[in-house]
Design a binder for this molecule. Structure first.
Ligand SMILES: Cc1cc2nc3c(=O)[nH]c(=O)nc-3n(C[C@H](O)[C@H](O)[C@H](O)COP(=O)(O)OP(=O)(O)OC[C@H]3O[C@@H](n4cnc5c(N)ncnc54)[C@H](O)[C@@H]3O)c2cc1C
Length: 597
């Protein structure tokens, strides 16, 4: 058995993991383990921007950012944590800038900002420029910058090591077990503090913007240790994925003036969000698209509408909306400018669709995008064990895998990249501080025994079932019955199907018996995680008899603050059943109101 001793161990090398690693490494011996080479993490695909009230081009304030985030969360976000994030945001951006991140600039050299959905001037209610960006490659730049900083700070990397278990000792985190993918060998990482930063689990759904690696390994592992998962029923559908493929078209397209058009050529968001129209929050727009398609207003009767960023359209609607440049001249763009601001989007559409966004509208449909729920933490990234907010000593989580909760029932665009850098940093600082005072916990006699048993079970299964078929069935039922609109009947069906698939999963085996890069084995193990998370998502959703943010029920269409202004805490009991408990939302100064955009 290969055993390593480390003070702070970070699992995941995306934006959250690298930020945590960087900050922990300032005072503690730190290692980052990642199943992907770090710069291949999903953070690198983030396009549109990172939010902060820099006010570099127009009036803005962290309080406005806070209010927009609370409202966007449909009042489920914890307001103390949201205030903290939006206050820290400004400093976080300047820090990234000083690390060398090449943000786009205004002509006078300030960090350029673009409008994004749900971000408003709180006085006029109109969209405000709050998203800092590098063309449509913002996440790529963040990831590269942080990786360089980690290397400079001597963080140790274990690349292409996949963590398959958490080691707990006496209720405290004591390390992890990982598979070295290149050799198939198991490694035990004995650590004083463990930070999970493993990203999301959007591969549960059929149409998704999420990378193949988004299989929810982190929350599936902690759930197996009896730890809770918070607000799993809230999963965001992004309005604009490439039709059928789900590949994301950033909201930055609409920030730059793009508009949504139905099959009748109508700009339908005027009906659903008369004030901010195409820049309403994502849950609102995804539902609008769904309803348009359901009413037969899809393009050519199909399941898609158009996102139109052709310069003549942008200029026409900008004039109608009275959108102006900062110098007061009417907003007007050229094809060259669109290409300069959105090069990757133009490229994706040309390559994957054969559509040129400069001259043709893009066919889009909503795509599963972001996990609002996850491992519950406080605002310092400390994982919590129950609805009383008891801290799990030595365990931390940050980034999409965590639920702080700053996004509540619906995340605003640009707030995830912000969440990564703010809470990644604080998780790293807290973990290092803890590690300085803590001792290594004694390890169990054979820490890898449970993992070996899991893999042996897969190897020895009768092979009557096929992993691919099970994955397809899960993705389909989750997309149909656990998607943008839900109903009791549909969700009961989803739960029945998912549980049936879990039973079939026990028969899945592998044909590859080798040790070296046995990705078949790892993919089967990941499918087990996705099934467990599909189940907990559905159970949490069925219980919530209201509509809020990303959880929209046709049988309970209204938000019910009297009964449901609370976070779900789901955990698996000793008999393997999912038990739901609840904890209150932290309110500071914003009383819940009906959301209008
Ligand atoms: C296409 C796309 C565009 C987006 N655009 C924006 C945007 O413009 N603005 C915004 O704010 N947000 C955006 N988001 C959301 C945001 O990018 C993600 O929520 C965020 O990047 C997640 O970062 P992370 O650090 O939590 O996880 P990731 O960046 O996904 O990193 C996860 C890491 O965990 C590792 N890992 C996972 N499981 C294991 C395991 N078992 N063992 C070891 N390592 C493991 C992976 O190797 C990886 O290094 C976008 C998301 C997508 C999908």
């Amino acid at each position: 058995m290969n055993t390593h001793q480390i003070e702070v161990l970070v699992v995941g090398a995306g934006g959250a993991g690298l930020m945590a690693g960087l900050y922990a490494s300032k005072t503690a011996k730190t290692a980052v383990i990642s199943k992907l080479y770090p710069t291949r993490s999903h953070t690198g695909t983030a396009q549109g921007g990172i939010g902060a009230a820099l006010a570099s081009q127009e009036e803005d304030h962290p309080e406005w950012h806070t209010y927009d985030t609370v409202k966007g969360s449909d009042y489920l976000g914890d307001q103390d944590a949201i205030e903290f994030m939006c206050e820290e945001a400004v400093q976080a951006i300047y820090e990234l800038e000083h690390m060398g991140l090449p943000f786009d600039r205004t002509p006078d050299g300030k960090i350029s900002q673009r409008p994004f959905g749900g971000h408003t001037n709180n006085v006029t209610g109109k969209p405000v420029r709050r998203a800092c960006h590098t063309a449509d490659r913002t996440g790529h730049m963040i990831l590269q910058t942080l990786y360089q900083q980690c290397l400079k700070n001597n963080v140790t990397f274990y690349d292409e090591f996949q963590v398959v278990d958490l080691i707990m000792a006496g209720g405290k985190a004591a390390g992890v077990v990982a598979v070295e993918l290149a050799t198939g060998e198991l490694h035990v990482f004995h650590a004083k503090a463990v930070i999970f930063a493993t990203g999301g689990h959007g591969r549960i759904w059929e149409i998704t913007s999420n990378a193949y690696a988004f299989t929810g390994d982190g929350p599936a592992i902690t759930m197996r240790h009896g730890l809770p998962l918070e607000d799993m029923e809230f999963f965001q559908f992004h309005p604009t994925g490439i039709y059928k493929l789900g590949i994301l078209i950033t909201e930055g397209v609409r920030g730059e003036g793009g508009i949504l058009i139905n099959g009748k050529g109508e700009r339908f968001m005027e009906k659903y969000a008369p004030n901010v129209k195409d820049l309403a929050s994502r849950d609102v727009i995804s539902r609008a698209i769904y309803l348009e398609i359901r009413d037969g207003n899809g393009v050519n009767g199909q399941n898609y509408v158009y996102l139109d960023v052709r310069p003549e359209q942008v200029n026409k609607f900008a004039a109608l909306d009275g959108r102006k440049n900062l110098d007061g001249t009417p907003l007007a763009v050229t094809g060259e400018q669109i290409l300069a601001k959105l090069p990757d989007i133009v490229d994706f559409c040309r390559v994957y669709l054969g559509v040129d966004p400069i001259t043709q509208p893009m066919p889009i449909q909503p795509t599963a995008h972001y996990a609002m729920g996850g491992i519950p933490t406080n605002k310092y990234g400390e994982a919590i064990a129950d609805e009383k907010n008891t801290i799990v000593p030595g365990l931390y989580a940050a980034g999409e895998v965590a639920c702080v909760s700053v996004h509540g029932a619906n995340r605003l665009g640009t707030n995830s990249l912000l969440d990564l850098v703010v809470f990644g940093k604080h998780a790293g600082l807290r973990a290092a501080e803890f590690a300085k005072k803590a001792d290594l916990q004694p390890l169990p006699a054979d820490p890898a025994a449970p993992v070996r048993a899991q893999f042996d079970r897969i190897r020895k299964a009768d092979g009557k079932e096929n992993a691919f078929d099970i994955a397809v069935a899960m993705k389909k039922v989750m997309f149909d019955d656990m998607g943008i609109f839900r109903s009791g009947k549909g969700m009961e069906n989803a739960l029945k199907v998912v549980r049936g698939l879990q039973a079939r999963f026990k028969h899945v085996s592998v044909t590859d018996t080798g040790a070296i890069f046995n990705m078949e084995m790892m993919n089967v193990w990941e499918l087990g995680n996705l099934l467990d998370l599909a189940e907990v998502t559905t159970v949490s959703a069925l219980a919530r008899t209201e509509s809020r943010g990303g959880h929209s029920r046709e049988d309970y269409p209204d938000r019910d603050d009297k009964n449901w202004l609370k976070h779900t805490m789901a955990h698996v009991d000793e008999k393997g059943r999912i038990e739901l408990k609840y904890k209150p939302v932290v309110m500071t100064k914003y009383e819940p109101k009906v959301r209008t955009y």
